[in-house]
Structures are given as C-alpha cells and as structure tokens.
Design a protein around this ligand. Structure first.
Ligand SMILES: [Zn+2]
Length: 80
C-alpha cells in the first residue's frame, strides 16, 4: 500500500549500484509486509489487499489502514 513496486525498486537499486563503484558489492534486503486494516465498527483486523476498505466480518466501511503504507530503512550496514 506504500505505492512501492518491489521489482521497480530493485531495478533502481541495481542501476545505482552499477553506476557508483562504492556500491558495487552492496546488497539489498527488501522485506515486504502484508497490509492490515482495522474495522472501527467490529474492532477486528483483516488483510487489506484481499478485502479493501470494506470489513469482511461486518460489512462496515468505517475502516483504517493499520500498516502496510510505510517505507522504512531498517538498517544500513557498512564494513570497514
Ligand atoms: Zn467490521
């Protein structure tokens, strides 16, 4: 739900890796987390991609995306 398409992201990564020698041996560890939505009516959570904005348990549209829209750089490791 972040709008990042992992194949394109990886292509960009490889493009810059080839262009900058300092990144030549760098590795990308891309982790994709499933999007989860919360229903304010029945207070359950469900997978966003499968059901969208309508709660599959009660049919309510009073829902909020809990996670799945973030893009976080978790760790950058540099060897000497
Ligand atoms: Zn619900």
């Amino acid at each position: 739900m972040s709008g990042i398409i992992t194949d394109y992201f990886t292509d960009c990564w490889n493009y810059f890796r080839r262009k900058h020698p300092v990144l030549e041996s760098a590795e990308l560890d891309l982790q994709t987390l499933p999007a989860v939505t919360f229903c304010g009516n029945c207070e359950k959570t469900y997978p966003t991609v499968q059901y969208g904005r309508t709660c599959p348990y009660c049919g309510s549209g009073e829902t909020w995306l809990l996670r799945g829209s973030e893009c976080i750089i978790k760790e950058i490791e540099v060897e000497d």
